[in-house]
Ligand binder design. Structure first.
Ligand SMILES: Cc1cc2nc3c(=O)[nH]c(=O)nc-3n(C[C@H](O)[C@H](O)[C@H](O)COP(=O)(O)OP(=O)(O)OC[C@H]3O[C@@H](n4cnc5c(N)ncnc54)[C@H](O)[C@@H]3O)c2cc1C
Length: 346
């Protein structure tokens, strides 16, 4: 079967799911296909292009890591494990688990971390914040992780309990900033420390220059790599990477990638953390607020293009903010050339 017929059949299948009334009647299905063809063509063109260009040196297949959040309910727990199981077939380098604002998810984070490690065999990097905690409390958590064989941590200052806009007061007996936390952990052997980075600057920083100085300080204190806040304009990332390199930052700066399928949530979160959502992106979702599937298709297509441009510019690793959903993260990885690892029979 040629590529066009394959895509047409795939499109028909999706049309039937989307509009069951089209049944198997090819002419009705064709109308449905015409209705959604822009999305299909964009999406499948990209997937196909990737397959065809796999030999190109500038299109090498990147590696990936996935970020999850600790679920609060049994149902959330099931969703996390279904998602993580599906994504595990793509052999991520590691997965990370967030830590609630103000250290509010200490137990759920620790539980998700040990289950992802023990049940699914992931290399897990727990997030750890030092806000509202004494040095001893923070170090105790790290020692517990070390005892479980965890060797990677995403080390952060964190936000106050009332969120990023709350007033931050360094704890009297704790680590004041992420760079202090990194310095406090660097003597613990075996630890690989990831830190945050902000292509559009951290909302609380006095200047972009200071933000880069903070990143350099984290590197000097022992960080191995930085993961960025999400961004949608790659030029922000390129500019930031250049400024960091000029300031002597040599550790990898890993793009944090958010597939913007829940555009409402993304707009809200972006406002709080100082990221920009270009109107050329947000306008693509106008009028389809209640159509989850189409939002996902459009968002996935956007992210595939975003990542392809980053790969062309030398990015070798992506950190995907999955929000505990597998579909779009899986599609992005597949389009970038990551494939399920088949276990060979002995
Ligand atoms: C990849 C990633 C993952 C994240 N995961 C979580 C998570 O799991 N849980 C959570 O609660 N939050 C998380 N966050 C959000 C993060 O906690 C907030 O953005 C927080 O406001 C800053 O944490 P930080 O580690 O970036 O802080 P820092 O790098 O310490 O910087 C925080 C602010 O303080 C300033 N600053 C730094 N050092 C000094 C100094 N010596 N003197 C004066 N000012 C200074 C900086 O300019 C900046 O404005 C994450 C962010 C990213 C990018």
């Amino acid at each position: 079967m040629d590529a066009l017929s394959f895509h047409f059949l795939l499109a028909l299948t999706i049309c039937r799911e989307k509009e069951p009334s089209s049944g198997v009647d090819i002419s009705v299905a064709k109308i449905s296909f015409d209705k959604y063809k822009d999305i299909f063509i964009c999406l499948f063109y990209d997937v196909n292009k990737r397959t065809l260009s796999q030999g190109d040196a500038d299109m090498s297949v990147p590696s990936v890591s996935f970020e999850f959040f600790p679920p609060k309910t049994e149902e959330g727990n099931r969703t996390l494990f279904e998602t993580a199981s599906r994504l595990s077939s793509l052999s991520p380098e590691f997965v990370s688990v967030t830590y609630g604002a103000g250290g509010s998810t200490r137990e759920p984070t620790a539980k998700a971390v040990s289950e992802l490690k023990e049940k699914l065999g992931f290399d897990v990097a727990p997030h750890l914040t030092c806000v509202d905690a004494s040095k001893e409390e923070t170090l105790e958590i790290v020692r517990d992780y070390l005892n479980q064989g965890i060797t990677k941590l995403v080390t952060l200052r964190g936000d106050p309990r009332d969120g990023v806009e709350g007033v931050y007061t360094p704890p009297a007996d704790g680590f004041a900033y992420a760079s202090d936390l990194v310095a406090g952990l660097r003597d613990l052997e075996r630890l690989e420390l990831f830190v945050s980075a902000y292509p559009e600057v951290h909302p609380g920083t006095p200047s972009a220059t200071f933000d880069i100085e903070v990143l350099k300080r984290k590197q000097d204190n022992g960080a191995s790599a930085a993961i960025t806040q999400f961004f949608f304009n790659n030029d922000d990332f390129f500019r930031y990477r250049d400024r960091a390199a000029t300031a002597g930052v040599t550790m990898p700066i890993i793009p944090g990638i958010m597939v913007p399928e829940n555009i409402k949530g993304v707009l809200r979160f972006a406002k709080a953390c100082g990221a920009t959502v270009p109107s050329s992106l947000s306008s693509r979702f106008a009028g389809i607020e209640d159509d989850e599937e189409t939002r996902r298709l459009i968002a996935t297509h956007f992210t595939i293009q975003q990542c392809e441009q980053l790969v062309t510019a030398g990015v070798k690793h992506f950190h995907l903010y999955t929000l505990n959903r597998a579909e779009s993260a899986y599609a992005v990885c597949h389009a970038l050339g990551l494939r399920e690892q088949l276990v060979e029979a002995a």
